[in-house]
Design a binder for this molecule. Sequence first.
Ligand code: BGC
Length: 346
Amino acid sequence: MDKTVFDYLPDGTAVEQYTLKNGYLSCEILTYGGILKSLAVPDINGNMTDIVLGFDSIETYSKQDGYIGALIGRYANRIGAGRFELNGKIYELYNNDGNNHLHGGAAGFDKQIWQVEKATDNMLVLTLFSPDGQEGYPANLSVRVTYTLGTDALTIDYYAKSDADTICNLTNHAYFNLSGHDNGTAEDNFIQINADFYTPTDKESITTGEIAAVDNTPMDLRKPLRIGDYADKDFLQLKLAGGYDHNWCINGENGTLRFAASAKSEDTGIVMKTYTTQPGIQFYSGNYIQDFPKGKGGAEYKKRSGFCFETQCYPDSPNHSNFPSAVLKAGEVYSHSTVYEFCVEK
Ligand code: BGC
């Protein structure tokens, strides 16, 4: 395991970068936001290809609002009007996305320095303490996230425990481009999602509470579709979000590790299969990537340069009793796993 100082925060705090390696795979992770800064996998010709978007300095990370590569909490995705009720009490969160709360607020887990509990050649264990009242959330929450690099997969295991009832929904916000992070847009990537249903949203991207069938709509990704051929289809849900930016209800039993989604680049032959124990996955086609500073090595990032597979509880579930619950009871353990597995195909 290789450890270096990546950069310094404006207050002088050092941000460390850990490099994990296993076989052909390697990745870099920052203690700031637990950011997955790079992930290199071999293409069909054996050339190492960095498939996640990232930046070369903390200053550039701070000049974008895309949550690039970061760990997200306490509640990934949106909470409508930044309000929810728990045990008969209303909680008001910080609204950082118009009228709504997004990805944990103004200073979510993506903007915190995580502590390193353990680091080996292929594993990094990060911890974070989120105090009662942070961004409006109730209860002290202790979080642990483990990145493990296998010979053909990156696994992220999430754990949390609170001292009082709260809500918890953690994810990672990596933007992938399987053609290479610096190789144009990801619109040429093919996406497949193992879901018969998805959760439609309103014009502010808040889930309406409906669980809709994907049949006969461009939301049917059960067979692989090229992002660029479908994201701008004349379908209200795509029009409202400027492309794909929705939660799919993954088929199979919540809590069991099962196939959620895959992506493929015909350019590099790289295939990524995503497995998770979570009930949902947000497939976001990077519609709002704009005015971003130059990325790693001077890469240009623009609309749809990358897509996200954010495994999660359904968005705004604290306000929809028909969605799987995101309540974490005092003393209970929150845990889930997501695996991004790689291979090449002609
Ligand atoms: C959301 C998008 C948002 C992006 C960056 C995604 O998870 O679904 O709507 O623009 O994060 O904040």
